[in-house]
Design a protein around this ligand. Structure first.
Ligand SMILES: C[S@@+](CC[C@H](N)C(=O)[O-])C[C@H]1O[C@@H](n2cnc3c(N)ncnc32)[C@H](O)[C@@H]1O
Length: 259
């Protein structure tokens, strides 16, 4: 069954243009994922298309009103007649993209692939009235500790990261298992042709054809990259005494000015 994304937004074209490009675009065409964008303004409170209002308690900027967001959510859940807000986050999860949310990481992305339907609510302006968030949202997700103008790019990031784990989306399903963060460390440095470029040579071992040595080299260079670039991740790795020793020997053979 295809993984379904419904995005509640004032700027559907922004999410669509990103999702319809490259690998996610192909996944949409092949039916591995489905994308429904719902224009919040279609549920405006008046003929002027009003969806926002001034803040109670003062302050600059406008806030999205609860009624249009609620009506858009009902459409995403396919509800007609007597609406009901029922939460089954293990199957259908409503996520508000927000700088206050849990910061997205690969473990969260993997967990989200177990859902069948993700409903992504994008805020704009100052955000969204808290009451409708309290009623609808299962989880708030941030894509980093900074503030965007709207949730659309954050939604597109989440769709991209989740989609590439959906079976069939990547040509080689095991490819992502060796990528940065999947194993708690960063991917090893990679090289392609030519084997010598501007006097810089591809590491000899990669041309040797000796797969066991190549695997060990890639493992150790992945550990070294993690140590240098993300010591926070490195400190969480459970390495044996032997592996530490091997890493020390490897880095001494190939000294790095950053170490
Ligand atoms: C200008 S922001 C509102 C910020 C809000 N007033 C606050 O200080 O927390 C407008 C919208 O952009 C989205 N957004 C902003 N930064 C984000 C982030 N780091 N991750 C995910 N969504 C974000 C949210 O949907 C938010 O409602």
């Amino acid at each position: 069954m295809a993984m379904r994304f419904s995005v509640l937004t004032l700027f559907p074209e922004l999410v669509e243009s990103i999702a319809q490009t490259s690998i996610t675009g192909r996944a949409l065409k092949n039916g591995h994922i489905e994308l429904q964008t719902i224009q919040i303004r279609d549920f405006a409170i008046n003929a002027y298309g009003q969806v926002d209002d001034a803040l109670y308690g003062g302050g600059t900027g406008m806030l999205l009103r609860p009624e249009p967001v609620y009506a858009a959510w009902l459409q995403a859940t396919g509800q007609t007649g007597q609406p009901e807000v029922v939460h089954h986050p293990e199957k259908v999860r409503t996520i508000f993209l927000s700088p206050k949310g849990r910061v997205l990481n690969q473990a969260m992305v993997e967990e989200l692939t177990t859902c069948q339907h993700l409903i992504l609510i994008c805020g704009h302006y100052e955000g969204i009235d808290q009451r409708v968030l309290d009623v609808l949202v299962d989880e708030e997700v941030s894509i980093g500790d900074y503030v965007l103008t709207g949730g659309e790019i954050a939604a597109a990031v989440l769709i991209d990261a989740v989609s590439r784990l959906v079976p069939g989306v990547l040509p080689d399903q095991s490819a992502h298992e060796l990528e940065s963060h999947s194993l708690g460390r960063l991917e090893h440095p990679q090289y392609t042709r030519p084997s010598s470029w501007q006097g810089l040579k591809v590491p000899e071992v990669l041309l040797s054809g000796h797969q066991a040595r190549i695997d060990r080299f890639q493992y150790l260079s992945s550990l070294k990259d993690t140590l240098v670039k993300r010591p926070d991740l490195f400190n969480q790795l459970q390495l044996s005494a032997g592996e530490y020793q091997e890493l020390i020997e490897y880095t001494c053979q190939d000294p790095d000015p950053l170490l």
